[in-house]
Design a protein around this ligand. Structure first.
Ligand code: CP
Length: 326
């Protein structure tokens, strides 16, 4: 068990070693048990977390705010639009100043080619740890909750289990690519075989895919890419299908929408789920475009674990806060 996480940032999924992630999971399950039993666990009494949002949120905000309160601390919800960031506060100033006020700074900044750079710049100047509530490149807390959920459903030994990380059609907006990127980076370290599926206009960042392939090689797991959703689903143990924007193909939202609309048949439905293993689970980080990205029948059906997955955000985040902010 690795116990030296105090003061550490979590910005990219590989910032914590596999052993450190295992520590996070152990603590997360302990905190989950304590909450179930109603046992107080104020490991962060009098500590304050800044939660700085440049983008909307339901689950991330709710679970971080509830989590820090359950640990005995306080979460300060701050929206970039109601700060002086628009009037000139730089990332350096946020790091220097908020790092002195707060015991941790959690940031969500998903703007393409800006978000990750911003988090790293704040981290450079902050004396408090920086926690990535989603940027343009990574969504590490979602991925920790996903890993925790997969282990709860499939067992802690995930070797030879196949996770399908698939693109799906959505009509609402061009979603970030951070969730699939985090998944392909993290899951090979825990023995999972990864199949990544997307229409050819929707690739992920080549350097992230290369890193994921390197992790797969290092951990003796397989990593495959296909442009056929049905082929990908075959024999899957975990079906994780969600939409993302064609950010590496075009920066024009209208062009992106046109590309997206070419693939309306990339929906997760009962017919496609039948291609996976009989006991396969369906995962989605939410929000989902219902009956566009996934049918009600699947997301509300017996194979769906989306609510357990959302719950585990709370426990995984509490574990990282307790380990890094104490
Ligand atoms: N999955 C997730 O990050 O949800 P929110 O965008 O609602 O925070």
């Amino acid at each position: 068990m690795q116990t030296n996480l105090r003061g550490r940032d979590l910005i990219g999924d590989l910032d914590f070693s596999r052993e450190e992630v295992e520590t996070v999971l152990d603590v997360a399950w302990d905190l989950k048990r304590k909450r179930a039993l109603g046992e107080p666990h104020p490991y962060l009494r009098d500590k304050v977390l800044a939660m700085l949002f440049f983008f909307s949120s339901t689950r991330t905000r709710g679970s971080f705010e509830a989590g820090i309160a359950q640990l005995g601390g306080h979460g300060a919800f701050i929206e970039s639009t109601t700060t002086q960031i628009a009037h000139g506060d730089t990332a350096k100033e946020i790091g220097e100043i908020y790092g002195r006020y707060f015991d941790g700074i959690a940031i969500r900044h998903c703007d393409w080619k800006l978000g990750n750079q911003y988090l790293n710049e704040v981290a450079r100047y902050s004396r408090a740890p920086i926690l990535n509530m989603q940027c343009d490149v990574y969504h590490p807390f979602q991925c920790l909750a996903d890993l925790m959920t997969i282990m709860e459903k499939k067992g802690r030994d995930l070797r030879k289990k196949k996770i399908v990380v698939s693109w799906a059609y959505a009509a609402s907006y061009l979603k970030p690519i951070s969730v699939p990127q985090s998944l392909i980076l993290q899951m090979p370290r825990f023995g999972m075989d990864v199949t990544l599926a997307y229409p050819k206009e929707f690739p992920l960042m080549p350097e992230i895919v290369q890193q994921a392939q390197d992790e797969a090689k290092k951990h003796h797991t397989s990593f495959e890419i296909t442009h056929n959703m049905e082929e990908a689903f075959k024999d899957g143990d975990v079906i994780y299908a969600k939409s993302w924007g064609p950010l590496l193909t075009t920066s024009d939202p209208a062009e992106g929408k046109k590309l997206q609309d070419m693939y309306k048949d990339w929906i997760t439905d009962a017919r496609k789920m039948k291609l996976a293993k009989e006991d396969a689970i369906y995962m989605h980080p939410l929000p989902a475009d219902r009956n566009i990205e996934v049918t009600d029948e699947v997301i509300d059906g017996p194979q769906s674990v989306v609510y357990d997955q959302a719950e585990n955000r709370l426990h995984a985040q509490k574990a990282v806060m307790a380990l890094t902010m104490s």
